[in-house]
Ligand binder design. Structure first.
Ligand code: URA
Length: 427
């Protein structure tokens, strides 16, 4: 086979800030998926994109090429509209767990193809695997059945969906090239468009615990992704949300399931409830269900019924007790005052070091490990009051987790208004 382009020419073009043609981009992704373009060439290309960016047309072509590298799902045979949510990831972000059954309780289908956690951000599948018997891998046929009967499925994405992204994401992770807007936007949107959802709400996070450190960068990323989705015929909207502080009180896996069940029972932390309800309202509106208040189905038990059906449909036991860690250490306030900062990244790292996250894709996670916060920014505390508890299977893990938390929390004499959870809405 005569190759249409040369990888080195394309790398040099991007290195020298030239715009790439559609043909060059299509060839690069196809040749990389086939193994003709080597990992070291693709790494150099990714670094050139980190440094020099891509314009909107290049990003769209890059996304479409990654979609074309694999299969595309199609839910048009379902009797229900489909709607999905994607979060760019953060600390304590368990929102999918209450959100998917809540939206399904209004008769809309939520096909959530999720991932596992890497580094300090948690993965939805890891959290759900804390539930006895629950299976992340299900066949496409079973997925359709559950969507029809229950409405919500959270499962592992098959290897056929955007395989170019799978290869490229692993490479970016190992080469310091994750944090480029064109690469993040095309990575996320290629998977979501290939997944075949009719509507999509993006939760784009900013702050210390997020990929995008500022609201401005998160907004730019959100705009790129909303345009990509809309151009591909997916009704797409986005929220820009705060990730300077962990979401909710639980950071880990089993404890995040417990907190999600509290939300489904009509309780739970205010920030988790607020974001769950806002995302649900938007997902339902994009799917054509207007004028409902999703908070109602959290209060009247309907979302909980959907949760129980969703867990049972994937062989999980919703009544089984969740794993509890062998060791727990409680930590105390060092002064009187108000919690004015609780740094998401530091708490994310600490939970990771306790065993809640993995350093390599193949590592296991410890479901019972993690952190339970007992206070949130804005809360009044007195010296000696318990403010968080760490959980680990192995006591030796506490020391390194404690190191991550040096300077992670401020107590001020004056009350400081906590930042709002939702900063902006797009679309
Ligand atoms: N999540 C993805 O799927 N891809 C990225 O590039 C970043 C976050």
């Amino acid at each position: 086979m005569v190759e249409a382009f040369d990888a080195v020419d394309i790398i040099i073009a991007k290195r020298d800030k030239h715009e790439l043609s559609t043909e060059q981009i299509n060839w690069l992704i196809d040749a990389y998926t086939r193994g003709f373009v080597a990992d070291e060439q693709m790494s150099a290309f990714a670094m050139a994109v980190v440094l020099n960016g891509m314009n909107r047309r290049e990003i769209r072509d890059f996304t479409l090429a990654m979609i074309a590298s694999g299969e595309r799902m199609n839910f048009s045979s379902l009797s229900k509209a489909t709607t999905d949510k994607h979060s760019t990831g953060g600390v304590g972000d368990k929102i999918t767990l209450p959100l998917a059954p809540l939206v399904a309780s209004y008769g809309v289908a939520v096909p959530q193809l999720s991932g596992r956690g890497l580094g300090h951000t948690g993965g939805t599948l890891d959290k759900l695997e804390s539930i006895k018997g629950w299976q992340a891998n299900i066949s496409n046929e079973r997925m359709f059945e559950i969507l029809e009967e229950v409405g919500a499925v959270v499962c592992a994405a098959g290897s056929g969906l955007a395989p170019a992204d799978k290869k490229l994401y692993a490479l970016r992770d190992a080469t310091g090239t994750v944090e480029a807007q064109p690469l993040i936007a095309s990575s996320i949107m290629s998977k979501k468009i290939a997944e075949g959802t009719g509507a999509l709400v993006l939760d784009v996070k900013y702050g210390t615990g997020a990929f995008m450190k500022t609201k401005e960068r998160a907004t730019e990323l959100a705009n790129i992704m909303v345009d990509l989705g809309t151009d591909a015929g997916v009704k797409t909207a986005a929220f820009i949300t705060n990730m300077n502080t962990p979401l909710g009180l639980a950071i880990g896996n089993a404890n995040e399931v417990r907190e999600s069940v509290e939300v489904l029972a009509g309780g739970g932390p205010a920030d988790v409830v607020e974001l769950t309800v806002a995302l649900a309202r938007k997902m339902l509106a994009l799917a054509g269900v207007e004028g409902v208040d999703p908070a109602e189905n959290l209060q009247n038990g309907k979302a909980m019924d959907s949760w129980r059906q969703m867990i049972t449909a994937q062989s999980g036991d919703p009544d089984a007790s969740l794993p509890v860690a062998k060791h727990s250490n409680t930590y105390y306030a060092e002064a009187d005052g108000y919690i004015s900062r609780q740094d998401a990244l530091s708490f994310g790292y600490a939970a990771w070091r306790l065993g809640a996250g993995r350093a390599r894709q193949q590592d296991p996670v410890i479901h019972a490990a993690g952190i339970d916060l007992l206070v949130k920014p804005g809360d009044k505390v007195t010296k000696g009051q318990a403010i968080y508890v760490m959980h680990a299977e192995d006591e030796a893990k506490f020391a390194r987790a404690e190191e991550s938390l040096i300077g992670a929390l401020d107590i001020s004499a004056e009350w400081v208004e906590p930042e709002p959870i939702i900063a902006a809405e797009i679309g």
